[in-house]
Design a protein around this ligand. Sequence first.
Ligand code: HCR
Length: 385
Amino acid sequence: QPGDAVPVAQRGSWSSFLKAIASMSGDLSSMTAPPFILSPVSLTEYPAYWCERPELFAQIADAKTSEERALAVLRWFISTLKGQYTTRNESAGSEKKPLNPALGELFYGYWPDKDGRGQTTLLTEQVSHHPPITAYVIENESKGVKLVGHNAQKTSFSTGSIIVKQIGHAVLTVKLPSGGEEKYVLTLPRLRIDGLWYGAPYIELSESTYIAGGGYVGVIDYKGKGYFSGKSHSFKATLTPQGGGGKDIVVEGTWHQNSKFTSGGHGIFHDVSTPKEIVTAIGGEPSGEMGPMETRKLWELVAKGIREGDFDLASKEKTRIENEMRQRRKDETASGTQWELKHFKPLDVDPVYEKLAQNTKIAPSSEDTYVFRNNWPETLQAKKK
Ligand code: HCR
């Protein structure tokens, strides 16, 4: 039944929210949604989904040939999708609306070394509030694997679903055993949020992701129920060696379960049922504490209110933070200053993206990119040793 999953007292505000979405275009993050759909987690924490299988991230560095490396990159990428797009369904029963990060909001974390795979560190900064843009870096320094990216969303509404176009890309840098390094550019899938009518939103992926670099171009085509295999969350990935010659490698399956080679290889390609490792959050202050702009400190009471069902507290605290941020922007305008990003520098054009996108179907980039200043906080720098 429509609205079945919505608490009775919130059905009115859920249908008003849906009506507001239907006439909106662009940025949905700042819209006020009913309490049952709110997540206590800010979008600045989402980049951690890129590395919930840190061993697969590290294994990219162990590959001996370009083909092995391209497959290792693809395997790691596929392994991230379940976390990125189904975690909230699993842990909270449906997709939720994350907290809308403040400009300059930060998140630091790490995955410890295990079995010699090395430490992996994560740093995220909200580099724009309107539109919301999150930049991140994930690095396994001992293995020489690093991912730097940024992410924004453009939302629209179509036949009962929210369509989310992800804007942004990531660049993966891998040190080679022979010295030197290889770079890969990764684009992001399009999302369709269904189940709105019932108040139980969930995500299906559509269109494609491209992974170009290391002499290969990979295309991952996503389909939902009723396409390739009739199953939800299906994909077909084709890795093509660049420069003519060589055969395509094709992998097919579901990104939340398993996939196998259907050409250029045999057997299972990836099984996502291996345990995931959630990032350990860490304070970025020299004392090890979290500073006032660190997401879990900034939103502490809002998150507490949402988790404990105290929505008066959540909404009072959210308003207080938003007012403070508004005041900060006004003060900056008055004094002719601008908020200084701590870890990233905006750049008009990403030369790595432009180079790797050449001779592929990847569109030239149309947005700023964000360059990491290489200034990990001491607390994380210490984790790298
Ligand atoms: C679309 C979304 C915000 C953006 C989230 C992104 C795209 C962020 C980058 C991550 O790497 C992957 C990711 C996963 C999320 O699925 C996606 C969110 C899903 C919902 C949220 C909307 C802004 C909120 C919609 C409100 C609904 C649930 C009613």
